[in-house]
Ligand binder design. Structure first.
Ligand SMILES: C[S@@+](CC[C@H](N)C(=O)[O-])C[C@H]1O[C@@H](n2cnc3c(N)ncnc32)[C@H](O)[C@@H]1O
Ligand code: SF4
Length: 449
């Protein structure tokens, strides 16, 4: 990819973990509306649960997640009390709809919970919900300070997959982002989990961090491949200091340029491909035998609020502050502050802050964007017909792609739109042509590359 094409198309566009995207949620969707949505789900609807734990031991300066640093157990205990209450309240609304196929604990760092807290959480979930035999139970792991006792507790609750945060192994980069984590720390966590039968292991890496270089990124990837992870995520650092004030601790002079970021991604990606990993969508790589690679090959990969997933449950229920749920009727997000969360639960309300009810057109556009983000290709006319729409609805969107087509960044054959492998990092920009909400003036996202 040439630098001028990056500059031209490296727009500030959403990551499309939902459509419509979160900035378009509004206060018209509140706890009572969301409660009705839950109550009206069919009893045979498969559920997926996302549980947000908004705490960490220390702050990584690049962090874009919703988290707070805590050094005492009380705030976590207080939060967990309310989380259990929210689970009770949601289960009450759901009535008989209780079959769960996926549980994902994200954060923050869920591994900050004590063994007793993991057990209390899963005892409560199992009290209300029926986990299917092949349920996926996943957790995001901060390897620093991870103990054998945490590995025991996670194995006991039935953990099947762990996403281990690494980012980069270069000590200079680690220092520049306030995250010291030697390779051995990660290796020990992998060993602890595998020894307990947790076999789905993902590693999170980043490019575009301060002082990061392409050779350094390659060295990081090579060393981590010796641990044979099943999946690797390679996230581009989203530098949004106007939203995440602590990112100002990172000097912009130390950040790589757009071209350097691209080199880092290309070289790391080539190393993963040479190592036998299959590239998936924007930023994932999976071992060919991993379910994500298989779902991708079958055209059955999905994108939800956590990114790429094999999860095809019809209803995603978000639990905990800031968590977003996606139901057939629409999306809804919980309040972000623990104080508001606790107050709303004390008042007997579901702690929803905002959301959006989906129209038929939202569902259609969401499907087109989702297929493009997952498969890098979509037959927009076929999707339109499946949804009962005239494909002509996409004429404006296709016209908007003209420049990208002329530059070879997108290929188009009638209604079939394809982003070639070389330009996969620009898939968000291509997808944004189908986004009816996006205003050109909207610049609240990180750059696409
Ligand atoms: C919730 S964290 C993972 C678990 C744990 N908190 C940790 O960091 O080890 C999720 C992942 O998001 C990615 N991430 C965090 N901030 C980011 C940012 N500003 N831009 C891109 N990726 C980011 C990192 O790769 C991180 O591992
Ligand atoms: S990257 Fe992970 S460990 Fe670091 S502050 Fe963010 S959530 Fe916490």
């Amino acid at each position: 990819m040439t630098p001028d094409l990056i500059t031209k198309y490296d727009a500030r566009v959403p990551r499309y973990t939902s459509y419509p995207t979160a900035p378009h949620f509004h206060a018209g969707v509140d706890g009572s509306r969301y409660g009705q949505w839950l109550a009206h789900l069919d009893s045979d609807t498969d559920l997926s649960l996302y549980i947000h734990i908004p705490f960490c031991d220390t702050l990584c300066w690049f962090c874009g997640c919703l988290t707070t640093v805590v050094n005492r157990p009380e705030p976590i205990r207080h939060y967990m009390d309310y989380l259990l209450q929210e689970i009770d309240r949601v289960a009450e609304q759901l009535g008989d709809t209780r079959r769960v196929t996926h549980v994902h604990m994200g954060g923050g760092s869920p591994t900050i919970l004590s063994p007793d807290q993991f057990h209390a959480l899963f005892d409560r979930l199992r009290k209300h919900f029926t986990f299917t035999d092949n349920v996926e139970i996943a957790v995001e792991v901060d390897p620093r300070g991870f103990k054998e006792s945490a590995a025991d507790a996670l194995a006991e609750i039935g953990l099947t997959r762990a996403s281990i945060g690494v980012q980069d192994l270069d000590p200079e980069v680690q220092k520049a982002v306030n995250r010291i984590q030697p390779f051995e720390t990660t290796r020990d966590v992998v060993d602890m989990l595998r020894a307990r039968g947790v076999n789905g292991l993902n590693i999170d890496l980043m490019y575009g961090l301060p002082h990061q270089t392409a050779p350094g990124t390659v060295a990081t990837v090579q060393r981590l491949m010796t641990l044979s992870p099943d999946r690797v995520a390679l996230f581009g650092y989203a530098h949004v200091p106007w939203m995440k004030k602590h990112q100002r601790l990172i000097s912009e002079d130390d950040l790589p340029t757009a071209q350097q970021r691209l080199d880092q991604f290309d070289r790391a990606s080539a190393t993963l491909r040479d190592g036998g990993y299959v590239p998936i969508g924007l930023d994932h790589f999976a071992h060919p035998k991993d379910p994500m690679a298989q779902a991708h090959a079958a055209g059955e990969l999905h994108r939800n609020f956590q990114g790429y997933t094999t999860d095809n449950a019809q209803a995603l229920v978000g639990l905990g502050v800031s968590a977003i749920g996606g139901l057939p009727q629409g999306h809804a997000q919980n309040v972000k502050a623990v104080r508001d969360y606790a107050e709303m639960l004390d008042r007997g309300e579901l702690p929803i802050e905002r959301g959006i009810e989906l129209t038929a057109e939202d569902r259609l556009r969401g499907d087109v964007i989702g297929r493009l983000m997952c498969d890098l290709t979509v037959d927009a006319a076929a999707v339109a017909r499946e949804h009962g729409f005239d494909p002509a609805i996409f004429h404006d969107a296709l016209d908007q792609l003209d420049d990208m087509v002329a530059d070879g960044v997108v290929q188009r054959d009638g209604y079939v739109v394809t982003v070639p492998d070389t330009y996969r990092l620009l898939v968000r920009t291509a997808a944004s042509a189908f986004d009816a909400y996006l205003q050109n003036s909207e610049r609240r996202h990180a750059t696409a590359v």
